[in-house]
Ligand binder design. Structure first.
Ligand SMILES: *Cc1c(COP(=O)(O)O)cnc(C)c1O
Length: 366
C-alpha cells in the first residue's frame, strides 16, 4: 500500500529554527537570540492590549479597518492598499504565493532572511541565491541572477542575520535594474531603527511602483512579538491578490488594538531607537577590541550584531560557553553561518554582560 506523499518541494524545505529562550539544561537566562525589544512594549500598547475585548468566542474583525487606517494615517498611505498578516512572516508568504509557483524563480541573497527560502519552496518555486559582498547585499549580483523565470526578489533592509544595510541609491538601482514584471519585496522589519536620513526609499517605491511591496512588523521595535502582527503595502492589485490567500482571521483582536496604540507611542519608539543606537555602537566597539582573537562584527544597522569567529575559537564553542555564562545568542549553522553568532542588543546590563562574558571566554578564563 502506498501512503499519500507530501509534495517534494515541501520536503525540500529546511525547517525554520527559532531562537531559544532557555538553556539546554532548562535555566532561564538573558535571551539575546531573537532580536526582540529589550525595553519591552510601550505603556500605551500594553494598556490597549489589556483593555481589548477578551471574549474568546468572537472572531477578530477580519478586515482590520481600524488597524489599516491607523497605519495609513501614520505613514500617509491609502488604507485600502495595506495588507496585514500573522507577523510580517505571513505577508512574505503571501507575496510569494501571489507571484510565484512551480517553474518560477525567487531570488534572495546568500545570508538573507531564512523565511524567503521557505516561502519560495512552499509554493513550488525555485530559490535562486545571489552571492553576498562580505556578508552584505550585492545589487549587481542580484541583478545578474535575473532570468525570464524570475518572478520575485526578496531583500531585507537592514538584513537579518547580517544587520547590513543597502542605501537608498542601491535600492533604487536594484529596482531600476529589474524587469517590470518582477515583484521586488523589500522587508523593512528593522526600518524603525534607522534615522530619517537612512530611509531606504522602499515605501516611496511601494507607493508609486506597481512592482514593489514593502513589509513591516510590530514584533521588533514596537515590542509586540507575542501577538504576531505585520503589515505590507503595495499596489491595489497586489494587495487584492494577497487578500485572497491570507488566513481569514489572521490578526487577533487584542493584537490589532495593541498595534494601533503602538503606532501612537512615538516616544517609546524614539527611546528604543536611541537605546539601540547607543548599545549597538558600544557592543561593536567592544567586539572591535577583540580583533586580536580573530573575532569581528559585520557592520550593522539593525538591533543585533553578527559576530564572526575567524580565529582559534569556533563560534560553536563560544555559543556554548556564552550559554553557560547565562547568555543565549543565535548560532546559525542552518543558515550556512557556522562561523558566526548573532547577538541581539539587550538592556544595558545584558549588553555589558554578554561583552564581558565573551571577553572572559576569549581570554581563556573560566
Ligand atoms: C523578525 C523579522 C521578520 C518577521 O517578523 P514577524 O514577527 O513575523 O513580523 C521579518 N523579516 C525579518 C528580516 C526579520 O528579522
Amino acid at each position: 500500500m502506498t501512503a499519500p506523499s507530501p509534495k517534494q518541494w515541501i520536503m525540500d524545505i529546511a525547517p525554520y529554527v527559532p531562537g531559544k529562550s532557555r538553556t539546554d539544561d532548562g535555566r532561564e537566562v538573558a535571551k539575546l537570540s531573537s532580536n526582540e525589544n529589550p525595553l519591552g512594549t510601550s505603556e500605551a500598547a500594553r494598556a490597549a492590549f489589556e483593555a481589548a475585548d477578551r471574549s474568546l468566542s468572537r472572531y477578530p474583525d477580519a478586515a482590520a479597518p481600524e488597524l489599516r487606517e491607523a497605519i495609513a494615517r501614520a505613514y500617509g498611505l491609502d488604507p485600502a492598499r495595506v495588507i496585514y498578516g500573522t507577523g510580517s512572516d505571513e505577508v512574505l508568504h503571501l507575496a510569494a504565493g501571489a507571484y510565484a509557483g512551480p517553474g518560477d524563480e525567487v531570488i534572495f541573497v546568500r545570508y538573507g532572511f531564512a523565511v524567503y527560502e521557505i516561502a519560495a519552496r512552499r509554493v513550488g518555486a525555485t530559490p535562486v541565491i545571489a552571492p553576498d559582498k562580505d556578508y552584505a547585499t550585492d545589487v549587481d549580483a542580484i541583478l545578474s541572477c535575473v532570468t525570464e523565470r524570475t518572478r520575485v526578489v526578496f531583500i531585507a533592509n537592514p538584513n537579518n542575520p547580517t544587520g547590513t544595510y543597502a542605501s537608498r541609491d542601491e535600492i533604487a538601482r536594484l529596482h531600476a535594474g529589474l524587469p517590470a514584471d518582477v515583484m521586488l519585496v523589500i522587508d523593512q522589519a528593522y526600518a524603525e531603527y534607522l534615522s530619517a536620513e537612512e530611509d531606504d526609499g522602499g515605501l516611496e517605491l511601494a507607493i508609486g511602483q506597481p512592482n514593489v511591496i514593502i513589509t513591516r512588523t510590530f514584533s521588533k521595535i514596537h515590542g509586540l512579538a507575542a501577538e504576531r502582527i505585520g503589515w505590507g503595502y503595495g499596489s491595489a492589485e497586489a494587495v487584492a491578490a494577497m487578500h485572497r490567500i491570507r488566513a481569514p482571521f489572521n490578526v487577533t483582536t487584542a493584537g490589532q488594538h495593541a498595534a494601533i496604540a503602538a503606532l501612537g507611542a512615538t516616544d517609546f519608539v524614539e527611546h528604543s531607537r536611541a537605546h539601540n543606537d547607543r548599545w549597538l555602537k558600544w557592543l561593536a566597539g567592544e567586539i572591535a577590541g577583540m580583533a586580536n582573537h580573530g573575532v569581528r562584527a559585520v557592520p550593522s544597522r539593525a538591533n543585533f550584531l553578527l559576530v564572526l569567529f575567524e580565529g582559534a575559537m569556533s563560534a560553536e564553542h563560544a555559543y556554548k560557553r556564552l550559554m553557560h555564562e547565562g547568555f543565549i545568542v543565535r548560532w546559525l549553522p542552518g543558515q550556512k553561518l557556522p562561523q558566526a553568532l548573532r547577538i541581539s542588543i539587550g538592556t544595558e546590563e545584558e549588553t555589558r554582560g554578554v561583552a564581558a562574558a565573551l571577553r572572559k571566554i576569549l581570554g581563556g578564563e573560566d
